[in-house]
Design a protein around this ligand. Sequence first.
Ligand code: CMP
Length: 144
Amino acid sequence: MERTLAILKPDCVRKQLIGQVLDRIERAGFRILALRMTWLTREQAEAFYAVHRERDFYPDLVEFMTSGPCVVMALEKENAVADFRALIGATDPAEAAEGTIRHQFADSKQCNIVHGSDTVENGQKEVAFFFGEGEIVRNRVGVM
Ligand code: CMP
């Protein structure tokens, strides 16, 4: 089993798409291990996206990610990282394949509805960025 971090970004929350996007995620077989609505501080957004610090879009990205509440969640599935990226589609919704979440709901590279970890290693790091192990709930098929 693999873990990945998903963020339903401020545009997703503003457009009242939390339920529809969660539905897509659950239907695709992801188990939600932890989930929290939060409003990122500037410090959190800067630290989370530190890898993009030198990119020209970084200031706007931080601004956008702190512009309203978002929903952070830890997801689990076999091949979770790659499967989640396939489910959400390319960063630019204009390039996202039909049937992907970004193709369906996203407006732009910045307002692209959802974040997914890009590597297995980053999946672990990003889950740990938001959730302590004590917040990760066991959620298995068949467990009552
Ligand atoms: P995300 O998966 O959250 O990871 C980094 C984010 O930076 C990405 O989604 C986009 O929202 C944003 N991003 C990446 N490239 C660009 C770009 N060229 N212009 C604006 N935003 C970008």
